[in-house]
Design a binder for this molecule. Structure first.
Ligand SMILES: [Mg+2]
Ligand SMILES: [Zn+2]
Length: 198
């Protein structure tokens, strides 16, 4: 939920490593939050000095990384789901959509491209971090996660954790019982069977 009346047209990225901190220039990139692992050193360049676009794994938060708490805002209520803390992963950025279609704060109310299942958060991260979305994955536990991944050209992995426990995956996504299982599939080069998406 937005907590400031300052308008922002795009998704907000935090914890980015690239030194592109320009508050007020959406999408906004800010310094690495306390406790986050070390930053990247910058986007690699080709011999022709073009950015090398890299694959990424996008992670939904609620029900994928942490237990689902309505309007989670108190760190005391933050609880990692089983197995999430293992594996040595590094978060390069935290991205969120500050908008809501039924919002009342000017600049944040209304439809936007970044609210899932829109692809805007993935697109903004790709632009700023030099990512190859078609080689990237999004792991989430809600149909809107799958929709955002497909809209961005990324591969969705549906985890049946949180409120998705016992649910079937939406069309277009494979289901995994945990984040660890989905991560293992990514590391093993998992690809969605079937024809390539447009
Ligand atoms: Mg979720
Ligand atoms: Zn948004």
């Amino acid at each position: 939920m937005p907590n400031t009346p300052t308008a922002s047209a795009g998704p907000i990225l935090r914890g980015t490593p690239l030194g592109l901190d320009r508050p007020g220039d959406p999408p906004i990139l800010r310094g690495t939050p306390p406790g986050f692992p070390g930053p990247l050193r910058g986007v690699p360049r080709t011999p022709g000095d073009r950015p090398v676009r890299r694959p990424a794994v996008f992670l939904d938060r609620d029900g994928t990384l942490v237990e689902e708490v309505p309007y989670l805002h108190d760190p005391a209520e933050l609880a990692l789901l089983p197995g999430v803390g293992a594996g040595g992963a590094r978060l390069d950025a935290v991205v969120y959509c500050p908008h809501h279609p039924d919002g009342t704060v000017a600049g944040y109310a209304g439809a936007c491209r970044c609210r899932k299942p829109g692809p805007g958060m993935l697109e903004a991260a790709a632009e700023r971090l030099g990512l190859d979305l078609r080689a990237s994955f999004l792991i989430g536990n809600h149909p809107s996660d799958v929709g955002a991944a497909l809209a961005a050209g990324a591969t969705p992995l549906f985890v049946t954790t949180g409120r998705a426990a016992g649910r079937r995956p939406p069309v277009g996504a494979a289901a995994f019982p945990s984040l660890a299982a989905a991560a293992a599939a990514v590391l093993q080069g998992w690809r969605e069977p079937g024809p390539p998406r447009p």
